[in-house]
Design a protein around this ligand. Structure first.
Ligand code: NAG
Ligand code: NAG
Ligand code: NAG
Ligand code: NAG
Length: 201
């Protein structure tokens, strides 16, 4: 009995020591665990490019696809200037990506509901929404790793849809903007990955 009693404080001591070592030993894993997030996030960006092409259900060369709609005022606007890409900061860029992704998802869920309301197939919108959710989850985790909270977007203002043709135009607008966003997010993420000193593989 005496022996066991004596060994308990000893065990506690060891446990305490182990706890002390955990934070310091996890420090190198910090950037490298962030580094493991970029690959899957870039992959999701590519997924968005792919799903955006099927969202409106029109063939790739349909003439309606040339109409550039601009009616959904709260769809995110991406900046493509070289200056923008040069000035990227990890915290701010990940936050912005997270915000944009969630905003697209809110638009996508709206599109899904509207398509449903007009008895149109809504699977593609549902699929896009799922891909967006995956990306925002990865972004949220990445933000947690640098000690930032994920931002929440305000509810977008969305128009009343009065006809199936209206709806088709909205889905073209969303799909075009989503495609731009997919390419843009890949570019931003590649750049952030490089800046964070992550190794290529
Ligand atoms: C982001 O990080 C930079 C330093 O890299 C800092 O100057 C800036 O204030 C941070 N921005 C936010 C919004 O926390
Ligand atoms: C879908 O239709 C229902 C019933 O017709 C309506 O109450 C609802 O507001 C519509 N949803 C949207 C997002 O317009
Ligand atoms: C990871 O490192 C950053 C600085 O590079 C630090 O701000 C952040 O708190 C660290 N996160 C964890 C979980 O240790
Ligand atoms: C980010 O993740 C945390 C923890 O999983 C969750 O509580 C929070 O709601 C998420 N934020 C967003 C904006 O999704």
């Amino acid at each position: 009995m005496k022996l066991i009693h004596d060994s308990i404080p000893c065990l506690l001591h060891l446990l305490l020591l182990a706890e002390l070592f955990v934070p310091s030993s996890s420090r190198p894993a910090n950037t490298s665990s962030l580094c493991t997030m970029f690959g899957p996030m870039i992959h999701q960006g590519e997924k968005l490019v792919q799903v955006s092409k099927t969202l409106h259900g029109l063939p790739e060369n349909h003439k309606l696809l040339n109409t550039v709609g601009n009616k959904l005022q709260d769809l995110p606007h991406m900046q493509h200037t070289a200056a923008h890409f040069k000035s990227l900061k990890l915290n701010e860029s990940l936050s912005q990506l997270c915000l944009f992704t969630q905003s697209f998802r809110l638009h996508m869920d709206w599109l899904k509901t509207e398509k449903h309301n007009f008895s149109l197939p809504s699977e593609t919108a549902e699929d896009a929404s799922t891909q967006l959710l995956l990306l925002s989850t990865l972004l949220n985790k990445s933000l947690q790793q640098i000690g930032e909270d994920a931002p929440r977007p305000p509810a977008p203002s969305l128009p009343v849809v009065s006809s199936a043709f209206d709806l088709l135009q909205f889905s073209i607008e969303i799909s075009q903007r989503l495609q731009v966003f997919g390419h843009w997010s890949k570019r931003v993420l590649h750049s952030l990955k490089r800046r964070s000193g992550c190794r290529r593989h």
